[in-house]
Design a protein around this ligand. Structure first.
Ligand SMILES: *[C@@H]1O[C@H](CO)[C@@H](O)[C@H](O)[C@H]1NC(C)=O
Length: 214
């Protein structure tokens, strides 16, 4: 093998080695970088604003339960870089999720983060589905934690008779959330009925019926 080929091989091995560690948000290059949401500059994340203040790192929005009087009987209150500018470049965020009795946080994925939830109140039936379509189901109650690996579909439902709540943490400043049903049946412009009819092996009339709810 020529010396040049060895160089290429070593380069590729180093690249693979590094790639295996870049599994969450990129590393930071300064102490802090509170997001400047008003800046027109496009970067990976947000540009830094000047004069960071303690207020940039504070959020009181998870203190109280969110309102669960909606179709699904659950509400996610985010504590991401969009609510807390100081999180910009730091690679973490949180959320609080409240569930009425019967409330569901419908199947969704977080493309940029693994999630770990801690049950504040009540009891939940949760699960994630791996890429071989194995469901990992679990009932979790107050004080317990469960993990939803990055990118995998998951859900939580409160089958109890009292409200439930969790605190969720993510290894991304902005985990992103894609709800399966909303994405497929509620996109703009809409996904063709024929695509959904074939994918779900139902009629286009049934597709239309589902679409009308999203
Ligand atoms: C999904 O989980 C099942 C059960 O643990 C396992 O057999 C399968 O290999 C997993 N699939 C992947 C892609 O990890």
């Amino acid at each position: 093998m020529a010396t040049r080929d060895y160089g290429l091989m070593i380069g590729m091995m180093i690249a693979i080695f590094l790639a295996s560690f870049v599994s969450a948000d990129p590393d930071l290059l300064q102490d802090v970088c509170p997001a400047d949401m008003a800046s027109g500059v496009k970067v990976n994340g947000f540009p830094c604003k000047n004069n960071a203040q303690a207020a940039d790192f504070f959020f009181a929005g998870l203190a109280n339960p969110g309102l669960t009087n909606n179709t699904f009987g659950s509400i996610v209150t985010q504590a991401s870089v969009l609510q807390i500018p100081g999180l910009n470049t730091l690679g973490v965020s949180m959320a609080r999720i409240d569930y009425a009795p019967g409330g569901l946080n419908p199947p969704h994925t977080h493309p940029r983060a693994t999630e770990i939830v801690f049950v504040l109140e009540g009891e939940l039936d949760v699960g994630f589905i791996n890429t071989s379509n194995t469901l990992f189901p679990k009932t979790i109650k107050k004080g317990e934690v469960f993990i939803f690996p990055r990118g995998l579909l998951h859900f939580q439902i409160n089958n109890g008779k009292v409200p439930a709540a969790v605190i969720a943490a993510f290894n991304s400043q902005l985990a992103g959330t894609q709800r399966a049903a909303d994405a497929l049946f509620g996109s703009t412009p809409p996904v063709d009925d024929v695509v959904l009819a074939k994918a779900f092996q139902i009629g286009t009339d049934e597709v239309e019926k589902i679409k009308s709810k999203f």
